[in-house]
Design a protein around this ligand. Structure first.
Ligand code: CMP
Length: 504
């Protein structure tokens, strides 16, 4: 009768735990493992233990040694399953937290392992004394002796574990920090008992034993704050005034993406060297992962900015050639400029002599990928003709986000709107790739317009068509027939303004 009720109880409880396990499974709940263990192993072993006791297999006076030991083995398995389930539940309660539908570990893996080990040792003592009737002190003494032996054998491993524990409590770095240990620099991806795993820039995984971390000097680029200083020493010619160099370098630092405004960047004159005056540029970055890209962008832009501002970056000359023949003629820059101007549609009607005159007043300026040529809202007294590369025209709206208006390539020009009207720049223009431009200043265009008033009419039409393009991007799209009429009408008005502005 009692046996039948054990069986019924087991069936009912198994049914209930199966249902519970299914619910936990669907929610990916961390407790689903322990619950399955109770349903499968604990309940069944409990049933066997109860039946065994009911049949008298647990009575040392009447049962045979074989039956007694069989029941003890079953009970030992039962307690092992109970300990495993309890460890699962306890670690879940102590270590996980829920965020939405996800569960995260709150405590580092190393600490969890220590807690689990202690629970298993306590459970083992309990089984040894409660089920088998032995004195647990014997086990503990055995453990003590064997730990000395093990300790000697595993000296290195224990060294790693102890430093691991120290690192855990001292917390000199966390997962996600960028560190340098010895010659290794990378991002910490995992810390465990034995080692720290670091992913380097070469995308390799380096496993640094904790004992090495304990002995080496460790640099954490992500602490105490994520701000990290980068320093460059750049030499400029003795002919370049230091304050001008500093101003240009500061402009480049400020325009480099990823450089922090605070702490403030600093530029110092550090050395009067053999062939250059050396300047140290120091700025802060936050995203160490992008360190090399940020430095690359900065160093690349220095070259373009130096060229635009007629600054010289000297270099020592290693090889000298002596040539006694006729000197090669330097390429005629003005001829090339005039040829480039002749390919611009609005300048096509100009005579060669007029193009030549214009070319003498133009200047070539080069920009690196991503550099701003023209800023929306700035005053402007020059227009640019694209010689090589592509420029993108964008407008910044009230929220600060940029929208593309057009892309301009070889032969096209920009910056004419502010130049012709005296208004602020209507849009931003940025180099998409390396961009080579010819700059036509107001004075040069002025003399051209005086000679050829028809040019003003043509440019006014282009300006108006572009204005409509800007407007379309800003708000409404305008239908082509209306657009045509609107361009002609507005171009007429604009032409009047241009004539007044240039005194034509
Ligand atoms: P400016 O206003 O001096 O400076 C920004 C320049 O962007 C502007 O002159 C034009 O040259 C150019 N720009 C503005 N709108 C357009 C457009 N719709 N299409 C092509 N270029 C444009």
């Amino acid at each position: 009768m009692l046996l039948a009720s054990y069986l019924v109880g087991w069936l009912l409880l198994t049914g209930a735990f199966t249902a519970l396990a299914r619910t936990l499974d669907t929610r990916q709940h961390p407790l689903r493992g322990p619950v399955r263990l109770v349903r499968g192993a604990v309940l069944f072993l409990t049933l066997l233990t109860l039946v065994g006791h009911e049949l008298g297999w647990g009575d040392p006076l009447t049962a045979t040694t074989w039956r007694l030991n069989t029941l003890r083995v079953v009970e030992t398995l039962l307690w092992l399953a109970v300990i495993a389930a309890a460890v699962g539940i306890a670690t879940h309660l102590a270590t996980t937290r829920r965020e939405g539908t996800q569960y995260h570990t709150r405590v580092p893996k190393l600490l969890l392992d220590i807690v689990r080990l202690i629970l298993v040792l306590v459970g083992a003592c309990f089984v040894v004394s409660g089920v088998w009737g032995y004195d647990p002190t014997g086990l503990l003494t055995a453990l003590g002796v064997s730990s000395i032996v093990l300790g000697l054998a595993l000296q290195n491993t224990l060294d790693n574990v102890m430093v691991g524990i120290a690192v855990l409590f001292e917390r000199p770095f966390e997962v996600g920090d960028w560190i340098t240990v010895g010659s290794i620099t990378g991002e910490v991806v995992e810390m465990n008992w034995r080692s720290v795993r670091i992913r380097t820039r070469a995308r390799d995984l380096v496993i640094v034993p904790n004992s090495v971390i304990g002995k080496e000097t460790l640099v954490n680029m992500s602490r105490p704050t994520k701000a990290h200083a980068e320093s460059h020493v750049i030499g400029f010619s003795y002919d370049d005034p230091p304050n001008k160099v500093k101003r240009v370098l500061m402009g480049v630092v400020r325009s480099t993406r990823g450089v922090l405004a605070d702490p403030v960047p600093a530029i110092r004159t550090v050395n009067y060297a053999a062939y250059s005056i050396e300047y140290q540029v120091r700025f802060f970055i936050e995203d160490y992962q992008r360190q090399q890209e940020i430095n690359d962008e900065f160093m690349t832009r220095v070259w373009y900015a130096a060229k635009r501002n007629h600054l010289n970056i000297p270099f020592p000359i290693q090889t000298s050639y002596e040539y006694h023949g006729e000197l090669p003629k330097p390429p005629d820059q003005h001829k090339r400029t005039a040829a480039a101007l002749a390919s611009v549609p609005v300048f096509v009607p100009l005579e060669p002599a007029e193009l030549d005159a214009l070319s003498h007043e133009c200047e070539q300026l080069d920009f690196g990928r991503g550099e701003r040529v023209v800023n929306q809202g700035d005053p402007g007294d020059a227009m640019y003709v694209v010689l090589e590369g592509t420029a993108i025209v964008t407008i910044t709206d009230g929220t600060g986000s940029e929208r593309e208006v057009a892309r301009l390539s070889r032969g096209e020009f920009f910056g004419e709107m502010a130049l012709l009207t005296g208004d602020p720049r209507t849009a931003n223009v940025t180099a998409v790739d390396d961009l080579s431009t010819l700059v036509v200043h107001k004075s040069a265009l002025e003399s051209m317009l005086h000679k050829r008033p028809g040019l003003a009419q043509e440019m006014a039409e282009i300006v108006e068509s572009r204005r409509l393009g800007l407007k379309a991007v800003k708000d409404l799209q305008i239908a082509p027939p209306e657009k045509q009429a609107a361009v002609q009408h507005a171009a007429g008005e604009l032409l009047g303004r241009v004539r007044r502005f240039f005194g034509l």
